[in-house]
Design a binder for this molecule. Structure first.
Ligand code: XMP
Length: 520
């Protein structure tokens, strides 16, 4: 039995951050929308409840409410922002509608010793409209700020608390400590959510779901499919059939890297399907980006069907769905999340193959997926690699896709990646001032034009490579990476010197939006 914290979502943009901070304290947390069925909310493993913030006013006529089952339980509760105001109103206190929103850093002063807040002054991040006028009977004011005379409240005996500020954001430097105190000291969670316990639990649940059946697991070389496959393999051994489809649209050395990474785990049981000729002939003469994506998606489906037929009676398919996808499609903002996913599933696994899905990463955030992958012994380089789109180099080889042009692109991309790695720029780092250094994603693009150059005394008329490098944490918005000029000069020099078919290199200096990260 793993201790659990329920996070009730009132629509805050920070709800997932609350779950992540709790997990960072090695406590399992689950997000449920505030209006989920009451029977779905609490179980015998729940040790406490956190109520998220939210965009609405608690005094609005149909404001979201805390379900009675939660208030009637004896569980500790922490209300954050909207959660605090809802607690106040529903327990008989009073909330004043806001004249204006308080937004930004504030200093609060703890007034009463308590197990939640560190003593003295704290810097915190405020973002709220309504404020508490009078706390419920039996509750104390625990802290105040210049603008919020009631910045934190609590009923110490009942182990229930409310915070006007956001402990889950990094702008509240002691916020992670506050959440840790709530889940460990106040709720009494053991801190048993560790890679080892995640692996054990996941293996047990895969075995229970699948029994003796055969399972197909496709690896793409990305983090999620690799970790999902490794977990399935641990759980089911020889019942797992793993397939890696070489589309011919992979980066230099990628097929070899995947084979090497999986050899210790799967041995000869990793089926590598060389489908490159089928993909490239399907793409012959196609230049439109959306048509390329569609053809690749369809070709993938055909390859999966063929593989499944070869193995015979396959009922289950392993898929690397991770927790943010699950949360985004279960509640507030679902429609947008689904749209983004369908776009990014292109080239991933088809939905109409009538397999039952095994999704061992369904409850994990990306950083947990990585920690599990490391604990399973997957290579560091695979666990920390940058994202690569499902359609592969097809969407980076602008214009017509040919063997020759793909080779040119692969060489240029390999030079760029190698130089980034040598310069320590292949990963994103935060410098002491909070600025992002290095790259979140960096690659070469082959443009569909030729330009004139001069090589020795010869006129040349050759291809153009664009270098794209961005910094981002969510990939929804991104800034172009400020790579050092000398570094870019070195990369450009190597590309034009080592690849005869390229005579010009340009660097992309647009952010997203208005551009996207990929060029197609
Ligand atoms: P954009 O280009 O939309 O990319 O700014 C955001 C992130 O998504 C990746 N991407 C894709 N991944 N199939 C995928 O699996 C796709 O069709 C696709 N398009 C973009 C892109 O590499 C970046 O990380």
């Amino acid at each position: 039995m793993i201790d659990k914290i329920l996070i009730l979502d009132f629509g805050s943009q920070y709800t997932q951050l609350i779950a992540r901070r709790v997990r960072e304290a090695h406590v399992y947390s689950e997000i449920k929308p505030w209006n989920a069925a009451e029977t779905d909310l609490l179980d015998t493993e729940t040790r406490g409840v956190i109520l998220s913030g939210g965009p609405l006013s608690v005094v609005a006529p149909d404001a979201p409410k805390i379900p009675a089952a939660i208030l009637q339980s004896n569980l500790p509760i922490l209300g954050i922002c909207y959660g605090m105001q809802a607690l106040t109103v529903q327990l008989g206190g009073e909330v004043a509608p806001a004249q204006e929103r308080e937004y930004g850093l504030a200093t609060i002063q703890a007034l009463v010793p308590n197990p939640l807040l560190p003593e003295g002054e704290l810097t915190v991040w405020m973002s709220h409209g309504d404020r508490i006028k009078r706390q419920p009977a039996g509750w104390q004011v625990l802290a105040r700020s210049a603008n919020s005379p009631i910045a934190a409240i609590g009923n110490l005996e009942q182990r229930r608390y409310g915070l006007q500020f956001h402990p889950e954001v990094r702008h509240t430097p002691q916020g992670a400590l506050i959440l840790q105190r709530f889940v460990i000291d106040i709720c009494g969670c053991k801190g048993d959510w560790t890679p080892a316990s995640i692996i054990a639990q996941s293996i047990a649940s895969i075995q229970q779901q699948v029994g003796e059946a055969k399972v197909l697991s496709a690896v793409s070389g990305g983090v999620d499919s690799s970790v999902a496959t490794a977990l399935a393999q641990r759980a089911l051994g020889e019942q797992v059939y793993s397939v890696f489809i070489d589309t011919g649209l992979l980066r230099k050395g990628e097929r070899h890297q995947v084979e090497t990474a999986f050899h210790p785990l799967l041995g000869e049981r990793l089926m590598v399907v060389d489908a490159s000729e089928r993909f490239l002939s399907a793409l012959q003469g196609v230049t439109d980006p959306e048509t390329k994506r569609k053809i690749i998606g369809e070709t993938f489906i055909r390859e999966f069907e063929a593989t499944a037929r070869q193995i015979g009676q396959i009922d289950f398919l392993v898929q690397g769905t991770i927790y943010p996808d699950v949360v985004e499609s279960q509640g507030i903002g679902a429609s947008q999340a689904q749209r983004i996913k369908s776009h990014h599933n292109v080239g991933g696994l088809p939905s109409d193959l009538h397999f039952k899905l095994v999704e061992p990463l369904r409850l994990l955030f990306k950083d947990e997926v990585r920690a599990v992958g490391e604990a399973l012994g997957l290579p560091h380089s695979l666990i920390w690699r940058q994202p690569f789109p499902g359609p592969g180099l097809a969407v980076r080889c602008l214009g017509e896709i040919t063997h020759e042009r793909l080779d040119t692109l692969r060489e240029a991309d390999a030079i760029f990646t190698q130089e980034l790695e040598q310069a320590g720029l292949l990963q994103l780092q935060e410098d002491p001032s909070g600025k992002l250094q290095g790259t979140s994603q960096a690659f070469a693009v082959l443009l569909p034009i030729k330009t004139v150059g001069v090589m020795g005394d010869q006129r040349s008329y050759q291809e153009v490579v664009a270098l794209r490098a961005v910094t981002t944490t969510d990939f929804m918005t991104a800034d172009w990476a400020r790579l050092p000029q000398e570094f870019l000069a070195r990369v450009a020099n190597r590309i034009v010197n080592e690849i005869p078919r390229v005579n010009r290199v340009v660097y992309d200096i647009t952010s997203k939006p208005p551009a996207t990260i990929e060029w197609e």
